[in-house]
Design a protein around this ligand. Structure first.
Ligand SMILES: Nc1ncnc2c1ncn2[C@@H]1O[C@H](COP(=O)(O)OP(=O)(O)OP(=O)(O)O)[C@@H](O)[C@H]1O
Ligand SMILES: [Mg+2]
Length: 490
């Protein structure tokens, strides 16, 4: 700085290094954050995929017993909750352990007595950590449970079926009250969860002060009695202790987070560990094209949630090409019969056979391709009419699709729409009917004339549902209600 070139060059080099190192530090930060994001997002990606696969393999019984919103909440809220724990933990765990280990080694090298004095308070950090971890676990479990309850509630109420009920019975005020209550409980649980963390931080702060106090006291004694230099004690009590307690505090905090997040993992793995009840055998038979002979052989079936069987020792046979109608009072088990053929459920006794083969011996895919269903209540995906029509057979061409539409008597209607087959139709779900559940007297209410029309033509009341679906899904047996038998209970 005195004006000599050589010296200035050196200063410039230093400044250059300073800027360079901060640039390098920044770049390392970016790379580290990329990897931590990449790793945690990939873990979530895998969790979501595996969870979705597992849920999709569940039997219809699972979906009847589980609220859709609960499943959705586990897939989204619980998996998302795991993310912060995973991304925060991976790198800081390594970081903190390295700092901690190097500091302890350095301390022992300087003075083992002071080191022991510094370590004496550490168990005080660990004791509350266990308890706080447990409390956080319980709190998160309750919060995520409530969140799932709220998701399920919203999914039911805001869905078209729920909303029709709400509007029809003018229940808006009651529903708003219910939502407020759930929302209020969620707020309370979230505050409780945050406060557990807050108390914990306070405790850590107190320990962070108490630790040096012990050391000052002991170090002071050593200095006064001439066993240790003042410099070493000051170094211990300030720099080294901060380097020791910092990582210990972070690790304790991390442990609380990890233990707390086990509540989320528990919820995720509750579904991940569900057994697959309806599965195909290792040596499942592929049935290329069924002739269509259906046989029920002494079939007894009881729904898992019921004590009494829905079907008791049922035997019958339907020949290929024969049109069969199941007729009986509500709750007799007509719908149940139709669910056993595509293996929505498996009977407890007896066998269901297609072309003489037990359906449990067939591959699920080929069984699905041999059976078609036209439901009383039709569900359309939020997609174009084309996509809905081609759901069972995406490879079908335009001609085949139009022939199917014509057979179902909806071709003219679809083609009269401004956007024709590209018209987007919406979600309109109905629960699978169960015999004694009360129904809307009007059966399938049609509030939206356009969609209702399409609905009715695709499903309920199609003059020949069997034939209508045939070109697309090779339906053999469908529930068929002859117009003469068409009663609201059907
Ligand atoms: N998902 C289910 N879980 C438990 N029990 C069920 C379920 N579905 C139907 N049931 C019961 O099984 C019995 C047969 O019902 P099913 O729906 O097969 O009758 P159904 O003949 O189709 O009646 P409906 O004419 O009203 O459609 C009834 O007692 C019904 O309550
Ligand atoms: Mg029925």
């Amino acid at each position: 700085l005195t004006g000599q070139h050589g010296q200035f060059g050196f200063v410039a080099l230093l400044i250059g290094l300073l800027v360079g190192s901060s640039l390098l530090g920044g770049l390392i930060g970016v790379v580290q954050s990329y990897f931590s994001n990449r790793i945690s997002q990939s873990i979530m990606f895998d969790l979501r995929n595996q969870l979705f696969d597992r849920v999709l393999k569940q039997s219809i019984a699972f979906f009847t017993a589980t609220r859709t919103g609960d499943v959705m909440s586990r897939l989204s809220n619980d998996v998302n909750g795991v993310q912060s724990v995973v991304s925060d933990t991976i790198f800081s765990l390594v970081n903190n352990i390295v700092i901690l280990a190097s500091t302890v080694v350095l301390m022992f090298a300087l003075d083992w007595k002071l080191t022991i004095a510094a370590l004496v308070v550490l168990p005080a950090f660990l004791l509350p950590t266990r308890r706080v971890g447990k409390a956080t676990f319980q709190a998160r479990k309750a919060t995520q449970g409530k969140l799932a309850e709220m998701t399920a509630y919203m999914q039911e109420t805001l869905g078209i079926s729920g909303m029709q009920l709400v509007k029809a019975f003018v229940k808006q005020v009651a529903e708003i009250t219910r939502f407020r209550k759930l929302n209020d409980e969620l707020r309370r649980l979230n505050i409780r969860q945050s406060m557990i963390g807050r108390w914990f931080f306070m405790l850590m702060g107190v320990l962070g002060t108490a630790g040096p106090a012990v050391l000052w006291l002991f170090g002071g004694y050593l200095v006064v009695t001439g066993q240790e230099s003042l410099g070493t004690v000051v170094t211990f009590a300030t720099v080294l202790l901060a380097r020791l307690y910092g990582p210990v505090g972070s690790l304790a905090n991390m442990q609380v987070n990890v233990v707390g997040s086990l509540a989320l993992f528990q919820r995720i793995f509750e579904y991940m560990d569900l057994p697959v009840e309806i599965d195909e055998k290792a040596a499942a038979v592929r049935l290329a094209a069924a002739r269509g002979e259906v046989e029920f052989d002494h079939v007894t079936f009881r729904y898992p949630s019921r004590d009494r069987p829905a079907l008791k020792d049922v035997s019958f046979q339907i020949e290929p090409g024969q049109l069969a109608a199941l007729v009986g009072p509500t709750g007799a088990g007509k719908t149940t019969v139709t669910t056993l053929l595509p293996r929505f459920y498996d009977p407890q006794l007896g066998a269901v056979r297609l072309d003489g083969l037990d359906v449990r011996d067939l591959s699920l895919e080929s069984l699905g391709q041999q059976t078609g269903m036209v439901y009383q209540d039709t569900f359309l995906f939020h997609a174009t009419i084309r996509e809905n029509l081609l759901y069972a057979k995406p490879e079908a061409g335009d001609a085949e699709m139009m022939a199917a539409a014509k057979a179902a008597y909806i071709r003219d209607f679809i083609e009269s729409l401004p956007e024709g087959y590209e018209t987007v139709v919406g979600e309109r779900r109905r629960k699978a009917t169960s015999g004694d559940r009360p129904r809307h007297p009007q059966g399938s209410a049609r509030l939206d004339p356009g969609r209702g029309h399409l609905q009715s033509r695709l499903g309920v009341g199609a003059p020949d549902p069997g034939r209508a679906a045939a070109p697309l899904s090779r339906t053999h047996l469908a529930r068929y209600r002859p117009p003469a038998l068409n009663h609201p209970g059907g």
